[in-house]
Write a protein that binds this ligand. Structure first.
Ligand code: HEC
Ligand code: HEC
Ligand code: HEC
Ligand code: HEC
Ligand code: HEC
Ligand code: HEC
Length: 442
């Protein structure tokens, strides 16, 4: 991996100075004769000054810290890497408040000197993903890796990723990561069918059955997980390894929608159709209604479904009803995961989603540290149950993305865990919201 020293801050300063000087000159052409003009000139100067400081604090990332002070300006794309058009302006503000933008603007709105840290955006900050021991991660955790990957998935070799960043600087998923800035078309980078980008190789038939999803092909690269439950079935010896060896990875919405990822139990059918899988441009249709770059399907203040009028209403008839069904499903989903957690605990396997690799033989959080991880997997179904719990815990939209399938996996996981047999015993194991959620599944 090559690194080029960051000289761009210098360029940036020069650009801003030119802007500043340009405006100052503009003004000196008009001789300041009246007090009003002098006042205006002073106001403009102060405004420019505070804008410059704000812009600097938004665009400079200190190479000596693990945290992100501001976005990086990649010399290959310059300012246009993000500021690409008039239409871009509103998208920048939305993006700056999104998970892909590290919530930078939210952080800076509270305090311009605050930084995006590990707690705010672990997926971009937790490691320095540029480093040579993170080659496998770069296509999803850096803009540079992602751009190189989607440009040519077949021939992508992360060893050739060149990061134009110094020291410990990090990249979020920048505009130029998803949009083609180099030819000024700003078109979406599209890697083609999921088959070309899948990180896991089984279940082969279902991976190859994922259709061309148009704009959502781009999302599938990062949002389908990195390993599947089927991989567990192919493993000869499961004992002795911590859960990290089997982990599905996170926010794997694509894997749930197309059933490529979960651990499915032998002898059970999972083929009920997913009405949401056929939506054109899939993720983009539901999460980017009207071009929204917060990527949020639900408006946080009003609680409304952003794409309802444009999309959901084509198949659903009552907005209120859909929202209520969603809330009910969310509660049932969360309650059911709690049941799985408790059933695993009954077997001496304790889940802690905040402590990688997540499963421990001790219920005491103080003892839940990496060296003490659970490794004594007795059989594949138990490991598969743990896999499903962690997968769904990290796919908080599963109950919308593919509600029937999500219920089926949860049902079977509980059915197995409660007495070690698939015998339709769930009714008597669960109660309340979980029971309602799972009532008509099997
Ligand atoms: C990685 C993306 C990115 C790149 C590259 C980038 N910017 Fe920005 N810029 C932003 C974001 C995000 C904002 C905040 C937009 C908002 O608040 O609506 C911003 C805001 C600004 C602002 C307005 C500051 C304010 O008062 O809100 C200026 C001026 C600016 N950028 C100048 C530049 C210049 C000059 C360059 C090239 C040297 C550049 N930007 C490169 C992302 C970028
Ligand atoms: C196929 C895409 C993909 C690959 C490859 C990938 N990740 Fe991720 N990773 C993601 C996504 C998406 C998230 C966001 C999860 C979230 O915020 O819940 C994530 C989140 C993380 C997080 C934050 C975890 C948390 O609890 O929020 C860490 C740490 C991480 N990944 C490490 C790695 C490492 C190390 C590698 C390489 C060995 C890697 N990832 C490879 C997609 C990927
Ligand atoms: C995760 C990928 C992703 C990132 C990051 C991203 N976009 Fe987009 N953008 C899309 C998708 C998907 C569309 C819709 C499809 C299309 O236009 O091809 C889109 C559309 C657009 C459009 C045209 C549609 C409209 O209504 O405005 C603009 C302009 C745009 N993006 C600007 C930006 C800017 C500016 C940034 C960075 C601040 C950015 N995008 C970051 C994925 C992304
Ligand atoms: C390069 C990898 C990558 C691509 C491409 C990508 N994402 Fe993401 N996405 C992530 C990561 C990583 C996170 C988690 C970031 C965090 O929370 O720190 C995330 C988070 C999200 C979230 C959660 C938002 C929230 O506020 O909780 C949604 C929704 C999302 N992405 C949708 C999309 C859609 C839609 C697309 C395609 C247009 C897309 N993503 C493309 C990596 C990616
Ligand atoms: C039918 C519409 C629909 C489709 C298609 C869809 N989503 Fe979602 N997604 C939602 C809704 C609704 C939520 C729940 C939002 C909430 O809980 O507030 C959600 C939740 C999520 C979340 C959890 C974080 C969040 O924003 O709450 C992620 C990440 C996500 N979706 C990514 C994707 C990706 C990637 C795709 C495509 C592979 C996709 N979604 C397809 C509607 C959809
Ligand atoms: C192509 C048609 C179609 C579109 C578009 C669509 N849905 Fe659906 N959705 C369905 C069907 C059909 C079902 C019933 C699934 C079943 O019960 O088998 C469903 C089920 C649901 C459920 C589960 C309800 C329950 O009682 O379990 C939720 C929640 C949901 N949809 C939300 C949404 C949202 C939000 C959108 C828009 C962002 C949306 N849907 C768009 C067809 C669609």
């Amino acid at each position: 991996m090559k690194k080029v020293k960051m000289t761009y801050l210098g360029l940036f300063l020069i650009a801003l100075t030119l802007l500043f000087v340009g405006c100052a000159q503009e003004e000196s052409k008009v001789s300041p004769t009246t007090p009003t003009q002098q006042n205006i000139s002073k106001i403009v100067e102060e405004e420019m000054h505070s804008m410059m400081i704000k812009a600097l604090l938004l665009h400079y990332d200190n190479p000596n810290t693990d945290e992100v002070e501001g976005v990086n300006v990649n010399p290959e794309f310059g300012c246009q890497g993000c500021h690409f058009s008039k239409e871009a302006v509103i998208r920048m503000e939305e993006w700056g408040k999104s998970a892909h933008g590290g919530y930078l603007l939210e952080v800076k709105e509270k305090d311009l000197n605050a930084t995006v840290n590990e707690e705010v955006a672990p997926a971009w900050i937790h490691y320095d993903f540029k480093s040579d021991d993170k080659l496998l991660c770069q296509k999803c955790h850096t803009s540079t890796g992602f751009r190189n990957f989607v440009t040519d998935p077949e021939n992508y070799n992360p060893a050739n990723n060149t990061f134009l960043l110094a020291g410990k600087q990090r990249e979020f998923l920048y505009c130029w990561g998803c949009h083609r800035v180099e030819d000024m078309s700003f078109e979406l980078r599209n890697p083609g069918k999921f088959e070309r980008v899948a990180t896991y190789s089984v279940p082969e038939d279902r991976i190859s059955a994922v259709p061309d999803l148009g704009e959502a092909n781009t999302c599938m690269v990062c949002h389908s997980g990195t390993s599947s439950g089927e991989m567990i079935k192919l493993t000869d010896e499961i004992k002795g390894k911590d859960f990290g060896a089997y982990n599905s990875h996170y926010l794997a919405a694509g894997g749930i929608i197309f059933r490529t990822i979960a651990y499915e139990f032998e002898g059970r059918e999972y083929d009920s159709p997913n009405p949401h899988a056929s939506i054109e441009n899939l993720c983009v249709a539901c999460h980017m209604s009207n071009g929204d770059h917060t990527f949020k399907a639900i408006d946080e203040t009003s609680g409304k479904i952003k794409a309802y009028d444009n999309l959901c209403s084509k198949c659903h008839t009552d907005e209120q009803e859909v929202m209520e069904a969603m809330e009910k499903n969310r509660k049932g989903f969360e309650a059911s995961l709690e049941v799985i957690k408790n059933l695993l605990a009954n077997r001496g396997i304790y889940y802690n989603p905040y402590a990688y690799p997540y499963f421990y033989p001790s219920p005491n959080p103080k003892e839940q540290i990496f060296p003490n991880a659970y490794r004594d997997w007795s059989d594949k179904d138990t490991l598969g149950a743990a896999f499903n719990l962690n997968l769904l815990y990290h796919e908080p939209g599963a109950f919308v993305h593919n509600s029937n399938y999500t219920k089926q996996i949860i049902y079977d996981t509980i059915d197995f865990l409660d007495d070690g047999e698939l015998d339709y015993s769930v009714e008597s194991t669960v109660s309340g919201e979980a029971q309602e959620f799972l009532s008509d599944v099997r």
